[in-house]
Design a protein around this ligand. Structure first.
Ligand SMILES: Cc1cc2nc3c(=O)[nH]c(=O)nc-3n(C[C@H](O)[C@H](O)[C@H](O)COP(=O)(O)O)c2cc1C
Length: 366
């Protein structure tokens, strides 16, 4: 009943629960000959938790990755790669009072019904933001693989609640500034405003949502398999696998419905002998294939559901209406933590499509 694997050539299978011993992934189909160490993965995991602790859940784990297979003499062998991240800071007692009281906005109710009451409810079980540590680990390998072909994936926070960056930033600024603040926003002035919004929501026992923007540079033309495994449908599928994602758009996205064809069309020009477009309203995708322009995808995250404010809900075993204010340790906004997750998920999907398209070979020659 669960669906735990994604990809056809670079197949990522995830496992584990929020309060179990580990979360992890197995990657089947990573080409042989990729130089890979734990450090290559660890540096992305270290980015998942922003430096300022007040803006994220009080759950603290070092998130150390352990490689169990698929690497020999510091290179991938072509065999499945299994990665574990131990859960070390687990407080399951926080969830005992809520065993039968379903959190409004979380997955507790449908999971309880679908799995006959057997699903692990502690910390959201398998449907927890904690699973994203495993996604980041798999994404790190995909990014290392893509980087050997010059493909660079970069994500950052573009809005939190109503505080937004109004244009796509220069990529050099994104590289330099995104990790400098706990909001993961490349504009420090806007980042501070976002931070205030998050702290205010938290102090009021509430939460806020926002948008992560992700740009991929140097993607060759023609990545994506029309019709049903188009680059946009594959990315949408993997990105909707991230908990709390409520929307995915490419380029001008929903805004393009307000443009005329003459405004929305990206006109072709030749620049330094290369075919390019003057604008990038398509977000680098046409007909489900990459155009060679930067791939631009935006991912909308809802405000996380576990809030201290009391809300109406139901005790499902007593069949009684009640009220719940969620105690425990929760993120007042998931967006900063989601930045490396989006980056990793986009990389996983692109690695899969590039292997399928023959743009990445099965054996990498050094
Ligand atoms: C990085 C990350 C951290 C999250 N942390 C929390 C959290 O602390 N509390 C919470 O209620 N939801 C959190 N979520 C969101 C829930 O896991 C998610 O809302 C829930 O599984 C229901 O799924 P849905 O929102 O996609 O419908 C987090 C999501 C992500 C991506």
């Amino acid at each position: 009943m669960w669906s735990n694997s994604i990809g056809k050539a670079f197949v990522v299978t995830c496992f584990g629960e929020s309060h179990g011993p580990v979360v992890g992934v197995t990657i089947d189909g990573c080409p042989a000959g990729l130089p890979l160490s734990t450090d290559d993965i660890q540096r992305y995991l270290d980015l998942r938790i922003p430096q300022e602790k007040e803006v994220v859940s009080a759950r603290r784990e070092p998130d150390i990755v352990e490689i169990f297979s698929g690497i020999f003499q510091n290179h991938t062998t072509g065999a499945p790669i299994t990665l574990h991240i131990r859960n070390k800071d687990v407080k399951s007692a926080d969830y005992e009072p809520m065993k039968d009281i379903v959190r409004p906005g979380h997955a507790d109710y449908p999971a309880k019904v679908k799995f006959g009451g057997f699903s692990d409810y502690r910390g959201g079980g398998r449907l927890s933001g904690r699973m994203t540590a495993a996604f980041v680990a798999a994404g790190a390998i995909a990014q290392k693989l893509l980087s050997t072909f010059g493909v660079d994936v970069l994500a950052y926070t573009s809005s939190i609640a109503s505080v937004a960056m109004h244009r796509v930033p220069e990529l050099d600024i994104v590289r330099k500034m995104t990790l400098e603040n706990s909001m993961r926003c490349p504009d420090p002035v806007i980042a501070e405003k976002m931070r205030q919004v998050v702290l205010r929501a938290k102090s009021e026992g509430d939460s806020v949502g926002g948008v992560v923007e992700c740009i991929t540079q140097n993607l060759p033309v023609g990545v994506g398999e029309p019709i049903f495994d188009s680059i946009d449908s594959e990315l949408a599928k993997i990105l909707f696998g991230i908990p709390a994602v409520k929307g995915v758009e490419f380029g001008a996205g929903f805004q393009s419905t307000r443009l005329r064809g003459s405004e929305n069309n990206d006109q072709y020009v030749i620049n330094d002998g290369k075919i390019m477009t003057l604008t990038n309203n398509s977000g680098g995708v046409l007909g489900g294939m990459s155009t060679g322009m930067p791939l631009l995808v935006r991912v909308a995250f809802k405000p996380p559901s576990s809030i201290a404010k009391e809300q109406k809900t139901v005790n499902v075993s007593e069949m009684e209406e009640t009220e719940l204010g969620v105690k425990g340790r929760h993120d007042p906004c998931v967006v900063p933590k989601a930045v490396p997750v989006v980056q990793g998920m986009v990389a996983i999907s692109l690695a899969d499509l590039m292997i399928r398209g023959g743009m990445i070979p099965r054996i990498l020659k050094s």
